[in-house]
Design a protein around this ligand. Structure first.
Ligand code: GRF
Length: 183
């Protein structure tokens, strides 16, 4: 099963995935994203183009679909890809796109799952990997884990614990979905 990873920025989840699984390429919607440097260091092809370079989101996503088709990608792994997947990409790849969200969905959807949980004063949050549908963080859950907020946590230590859980969950889900690990 051939996988591609989409990320907008740092790419620490990409790094964890790419160390354990063969990744065909990484795509970023920001040309200066650090994830592209990580890809280069791992000798994995990186592609980037930005929505603003296209007439509209349909054309932008059509370019992504072309890239996926050229590489015969079976599974798209969103890992910090900060755009909502639109109709063009979704209709071409529905049922083949997964996303990681840093909260226990349906709790705290959206772009600030960690901060929102922190500000709500929860004593636990979590991490979710789900299929992508047309909503924001609404698709069917594949796996999720709870992450406690400890009494002496700062936002930073809480955030770090969530990320550690992400780094364990993504590989687990990829194995569950039948993605072969690196030889
Ligand atoms: C992760 O917390 C992920 O759950 C969220 O964005 C963050 C991306 O981090 N969607 P990184 O780019 O993988 O370091």
């Amino acid at each position: 099963m051939k996988i591609a990873v989409f990320a907008s920025g740092n790419g620490s989840n990409f790094q964890v995935i790419a160390e354990q699984f063969p990744v065909e390429f990484v795509f970023s919607d920001h040309r200066d994203a650090y994830v592209l440097e990580r890809a280069q260091n791992l000798s994995i092809p990186g592609f980037a183009f930005e929505l603003k370079e296209f007439d509209n989101k349909v054309a932008y996503e059509q370019a992504i679909v072309d890239l996926l088709n050229q590489h015969e990608i079976d599974l798209v792994c969103l890992a910090g890809y900060m755009k909502i997947v639109g109709e063009t990409l979704l209709s071409a790849y529905e049922g083949r796109i997964i996303n990681i969200h840093p909260a226990y969905l349906p709790e705290f959807p959206g772009a600030h799952g960690i901060e929102d949980a922190w500000e709500a004063g929860v004593d636990q949050s979590g991490v979710t990997i789900h299929w992508v549908d047309s909503g924001v963080d609404t698709g069917k859950v594949i796996q999720q884990v709870r992450v406690p907020r400890l009494p002496d946590d700062s936002l930073e230590s809480f955030e770090a614990r969530i990320h550690e859980a992400e780094y364990k969950l993504y590989p687990r889900v990829l194995r569950q979905l039948g993605v072969d690990e690196k030889k």
